[in-house]
Design a protein around this ligand. Structure first.
Ligand code: NAP
Length: 230
């Protein structure tokens, strides 16, 4: 029997890469606002806005073997340019909407299932202008560690903390060669990430090959969080 994988987001970016990697071996459900990159893939699409909608559980399988929450933000500004409303918006999309979905689907997670969430390298490595997104992603890291303890051994729950990845979300940071080169240069591995770099880790965490890994925040970041090459 094919495993049921549910992605919130998955119509483009890292989520779409996960869809492409798992589409042969799994039955995939994508809940997102658009179907942008999903044409031609055998995916069950659920129209869904995480900010406003409740997930229609009648459209999901009774048993979920893998879950991924993709929506996120990169709202980089100096603190004095960030309003409280900006912090609330980042918290809403990254954290509160995620918690609402998790509360809805957690009862359907199967024995030996896996959940994957996204943080950012900026939580562990302080970076200027990241206060809002780091706070929202830091909340995810704390939430996931506690949730992993609560649902162990039934469900494994982990976080991927990427550095900059070339997706629509990061387009403004990579929209010319000068920016691309300077961002690549900051990383010990001398390039920014591509969606497949992150999807490879998500695929691993969703599979039984990671069967003894839970409650972890795993950096996929070109070495940025751990190596000082300057
Ligand atoms: N890209 C990076 O440099 C980077 C770095 C660090 C961390 N991350 C994190 O990695 C995760 C994935 O990033 P990404 O770059 O792949 O993002 P992305 O390119 O913006 O893709 C996000 C996906 O989530 C869906 N989505 C966004 N808002 C939604 C909403 N309100 N309701 C339902 N679906 C929604 C989008 O589909 P629709 O628009 O069709 O709804 C899309 O499929 C995010 O949590 C991000 O914070 C990314």
């Amino acid at each position: 029997m094919k495993r049921n994988i549910v992605l919130i987001g998955g119509s483009y970016g890292i989520g779409l890469s996960i869809v492409k990697q798992l589409r042969e071996s799994c039955t995939i459900y994508v809940a997102s606002r658009s179907t942008e990159g999903l044409e031609g893939y055998n995916v069950k699409h659920i129209p869904f806005d995480a900010l406003t909608d409740s997930l229609d559980l009648s459209l999901l399988p009774e048993e979920i073997h893998g879950f991924v929450y993709c929506p996120g933000s990169i709202n980089l500004k100096p603190l004095k340019m960030l309003s409280l409303a900006n912090f609330e918006e980042d918290m809403q999309l990254n954290f509160f909407s995620m918690v609402r979905v998790v509360k809805d689907i957690i009862g359907r997670m199967a024995d030996n299932s896996s959940m994957v969430f996204f943080s950012t390298v900026a939580v562990s490595t302080g970076m200027p202008f990241h206060t809002s997104v780091s706070a929202a992603k830091g909340a995810i890291e704390g939430f996931v560690k506690s949730l992993a303890a609560e649902y162990s051994p039934k469900v494994r729950i982990n976080v991927i903390a990427p550095s900059l990845v070339d997706t629509p979300l990061a387009a403004r940071l990579l929209n010319n060669d000068r920016k691309k080169d300077s961002m690549a240069e900051r990383h010990p591995l001398k390039r920014v990430g591509n969606p497949e770099d992150i999807a490879n880790m998500a695929e691993f965490l969703l599979s039984d090959k990671s069967g003894w890994i839970t409650g972890q925040v795993i950096g996929v970041d070109g070495g940025l969080s751990t190596l000082n090459i300057n």
